[in-house]
Structures are given as C-alpha cells and as structure tokens.
Design a protein around this ligand. Structure first.
Ligand code: AMP
Length: 209
C-alpha cells in the first residue's frame, strides 16, 4: 500500500507514520528527514538547501523531487508511508508520474495545538525518533529510548520559524488537498486534543485507509 500522510507541521505526521510503519510493515519516508540528513552530512546538496530549511521555506520542487526519487526507488514494489511530500500541486503531479497513491491521510489540527506541541518537541539526532517534553517524555532526559542517541530541539521549531512554516503550509496546502479530494483519495482525520494518545489516532487512521 502506498500512503501519503499530509498535515501541518506539528500535526503528528512523523509520530503516526512511524507507528503505521510498524503496523503495516512498510517503510516510512520523510522528506524533512532526508533534507536534514543532507544538511547534517554537509553534502554539496545539503549546503545548497540549508537556507530553505533553516528559514522554514520550501526547497525548490525539482531538488526535493530528486532527493525523494533516490530514496523511494527501493520501496516502490513494497509500499511506503510518505511524509512531508507532496507540499505543492507540482510535487503531487510529479509523484503521480513516479507511482500510484492508494490513500492520503489528511490530519486536521488547530494552530494552537501545533504551537503547543512544537514548543515541546524533541528529536533523536541518531535515529530521528520523536519525543515531547510534556506528553511523550524519554525515559532518561536528553537520551533516546530506542538507540540512546542525543535528543535535540529542531532550529525550525522556534516560534517565529513555526509561524512561517504554518503560513507556508496554509498558503500551499489547500490546492494539494483539493488535488487529492478530486481523486477520491483523501481521508480526513480530526484531532483537537493536544494530549491525545497517539495509538488512538493510529487506530482512527487504520480504519480510514
Ligand atoms: P519537515 O520536517 O517536513 O517540516 O521539513 C523540514 C524542511 O525541509 C521544510 O521546512 C522544507 O524546507 C524542507 N522540505 C521537506 N519536504 C519538502 C517538500 N516536499 N518540498 C519542499 N521542501 C521540503
């Protein structure tokens, strides 16, 4: 099954996608993680795209599509959960050329919940696992439960960058939502409770897809 998980930054895409990956036994691919990996390794590409990521603006469609294609090629026959792509109708059309999508999970979360979540979000430097200082604390402060890696706060989770990312999302998302709605692929999931148990939301998603 090929699934896209769509929603604003901080809507829980990464958290739900990694749990869906376990339940469905398919890969979880996050273009945000692929971008951060290029930047962390300081590849030529990483140096070129750093300015977009750190300011919360979008990496140009052709660059991000090339990054995705490279990673997606090994999963095309097995199925995947794609997070963070597409973010524009141009990207949605590119994805259509690469493969067929079976369902698009659309997470609907109010801005107030997002800002609260992102201000407390922590991520593992090593394996990318996500924690929350209030609702999903690691067992040992500052260390990843899964691999012992160091936890860090993303530079783009600062309030002013979050506001820019939300603006970019709101401006660009509606046409993508409509693109998939018109193809009857959209599965709307509503979540207004910042402290909801992630497994409950995953149950809801499993029913919808
Ligand atoms: P994310 O972790 O999904 O919020 O992505 C972090 C950053 O990576 C974004 O703010 C963009 O700069 C870049 N990025 C990730 N996915 C895309 C995409 N599909 N299109 C353009 N830029 C992207």
């Amino acid at each position: 099954m090929n699934i896209v998980i769509f929603g604003p930054p901080g809507s829980g895409k990464g958290t739900y996608a990694s749990r869906l990956m376990k339940r469905l036994g398919i890969a979880h691919i996050s273009t945000g993680d692929l971008v951060r990996e290029e930047i962390r390794s300081q590849t030529l590409l990483g140096k070129k795209i750093e300015k977009y990521s750190s300011s919360g603006t979008l990496v140009p469609d052709d660059i991000i599509t090339d990054i995705l294609k490279k990673r997606l090629s090994s999963e095309l026959s097995k199925g995947f959960i794609l997070e963070g792509y597409p973010r524009t109708v141009g990207q949605a059309k590119e994805l259509e050329k690469i493969t067929t999508i079976d369902a698009v999970v659309n997470l609907n979360v109010p801005d107030s919940v997002i800002v609260e979540r992102l201000s407390a979000r922590l991520q593992c430097k090593n394996c990318g696992a996500i924690y929350n200082e209030k609702t999903m604390k690691p067992k040992t402060a500052g260390k990843c439960d899964k691999c012992g890696g160091e936890l860090f706060r993303r530079v783009d989770d600062q309030p002013d960058v979050v506001r820019e990312r939300l603006k970019v999302y709101r401006d660009g998302s509606e046409p993508v939502v409509e693109f998939y709605r018109s193809r009857n692929l959209l599965k709307d999931i509503r979540n207004e409770d910042p402290n909801v148990d992630p497994e409950k939301v995953v149950d809801q998603i499993m029913k919808a897809i």
